[in-house]
Design a binder for this molecule. Structure first.
Ligand code: SAM
Ligand code: SF4
Length: 451
């Protein structure tokens, strides 16, 4: 790559970082509500259903998702509430074709999960269900029961490297490389699609370790392989440093290039997911469907320019559902300009922005509304236009990955804020990003400059 192109692209990454930071800083102003907030669908609009299952047997140091230690009766009661909330959503008039079940560990209680998916299919016109799981819940007996109910499971592998697995305390929990390979060999092929989730750019991870992870994943031949760049937020920064160490090197871009090269026989689904055949396998629920209803404790919904947050506290969530009170405890409204940037990012991340469709579904004029953004992205060779679509170049793919990572880190800040029950009860307004976070993101920028 030429010297000037390199400088321009580093500048673009830093500029995009700071713009995203700015957007999150200005937009994540949350109102804690006490009124009964009702979700109501708009006629003819398509929504996706997200269900959250916040239980794990043990916690991993890099993970900031909303979760509790598994207790059988607590979990069973939770699933009962989750099903009740789905019925309330049905009564409000919603329908869905796709459902994404995330966690935590949704398959932690297969009987309860089965009843929940079964009910979702009874209530709604759901034809496509994705579900996250850890490698301990992919026993063929369990998976066979879900045939016709779950279409895609994504299994958290993170890495096949025994040293890394030991450091993040997954070696004893979920098995060594050898054990993981065996579990996956037995599981892949039972449901229509299996995705392996891997994390790259872990501190001190070497190129050889990454290539080995890719080789093993390809050898297992799942329908999809997803490579998440390690995301550090203020919740996980210390535990990542304690378990994996602090490295002065940031290999994110370099390793991303390695992944793309090694995965060139696969189709790229979005900036971080690759599939064996050209298909439209749903990855993240924030991706292709930008309006979604979240059910469960701590679940986010994104409806009509608003982020809605369900009660985090399990007891509070349960009480609200049982008394038919809305589980929504907070809202955050975004300006139209922020929504347009967000939708544009998710579409670019997915691989293309159909201009006509974007304008129609967002009542927008993309060339006018995102004039500056499009000019800059073109200038640094991050996007190009073809047949009425705006598409990311190779560099654009990386840029959208970086921005999606920033966005997720912002959502981590929301999660962190809601962990503090006392604070939530004592305030009406919550500013999620603080000065400290801006400084923290600056650290990332320094690493980018070094790269
Ligand atoms: C919500 S987790 C559920 C996975 C499942 N409980 C497990 O442990 O296998 C979904 C996936 O998000 C990814 N993930 C979680 N924390 C991450 C982080 N800090 N950086 C990058 N990816 C992360 C991991 O690949 C993980 O498998
Ligand atoms: S990675 Fe999975 S098992 Fe580990 S804490 Fe997160 S949700 Fe739980």
């Amino acid at each position: 790559m030429s010297y000037f192109k390199n400088i321009a692209q580093n500048f673009a990454i830093n500029y995009a970082h700071s713009k995203m930071k700015d957007s999150l800083y200005k937009s994540l102003n949350i109102d804690i509500i006490d009124k009964n907030y009702q979700k109501i669908p708009d006629d003819g609009k398509k929504y996706m259903l997200y269900a959250h299952v916040p239980f794990c047997h043990v916690f991993c140091p890099y993970c900031s998702f909303h979760k509790y230690k598994f207790e059988e009766s607590l979990c069973r009661d939770y699933f009962i509430n989750l099903r009740e909330e789905m019925k309330q959503i049905k009564d409000a008039g919603y329908d869905f074709e796709t459902m994404y079940i995330g966690g935590g560990t949704p398959l932690i209680d297969p009987d309860e999960l089965f009843k929940t998916v079964e009910l979702a299919k009874e209530l709604f016109g759901i034809t496509d269900v994705s579900c996250e799981t850890d490698p301990n819940n992919i026993d063929p007996k369990i998976l066979k029961r879900f045939k016709g109910y779950i279409d895609r499971i994504s299994v958290g592998v993170q890495s096949f490297d025994d040293e890394i697995l030991k450091k993040v305390a997954r070696y004893h929990k979920f098995g060594s490389q050898e054990v993981l390979i065996e579990k996956l060999q037995n599981a892949i092929g039972i449901l229509p699609a299996t995705s392996l989730d891997l994390i790259f750019n872990l501190p001190f991870q070497t190129k050889d370790q990454l290539i080995k992870d890719i080789e093993i994943s390809k050898m297992l031949s799942p329908e999809q392989i997803t490579f998440y760049p390690l995301m550090k937020s203020s919740i996980t920064r210390d535990s990542i440093a304690k378990t994996l160490g602090i490295s002065d090197e940031d290999n994110e871009k370099y390793f991303y290039d390695v992944i793309r090269k090694e995965m060139d026989s696969y189709f790229q689904n979005n900036a971080w997911a690759f599939s064996k055949t050209k298909s439209n396998l749903a990855d993240e629920y924030v991706g292709s469907n930008h309006e979604y209803v979240g059910v469960g404790s701590g679940a986010f919904s994104f409806l009509n320019k608003k982020l809605l947050v369900n009660a985090y506290n399990l007891e509070d969530y349960g009480k609200r559902i049982k008394s038919k009170q809305s589980p929504v405890i907070a809202t955050c409204e975004f300006k139209k300009s922020e929504i347009l940037k967000y939708v544009f990012l998710t579409k670019l991340f997915d691989g293309s922005v159909d201009i006509k469709n974007f304008n129609e579904s967002n009542s927008a004029n993309i060339k006018k509304d995102l004039f500056v953004e499009l000019k800059l992205l073109k200038l640094v060779n991050a996007i190009y236009e073809e047949d009425g679509e705006i598409k990311p170049t190779e560099f654009g793919d990386y840029l959208s990955l970086v921005l999606m990572k920033d966005f997720y880190t912002g959502m981590d800040k929301v999660r962190a804020a809601f962990k503090d029950d006392a604070k939530i009860k004592s305030t009406k307004k919550l500013k999620v990003m603080e000065e400290d976070d801006v400084n923290y993101l600056n650290l990332d920028e320094k690493a980018q400059k070094r790269a």
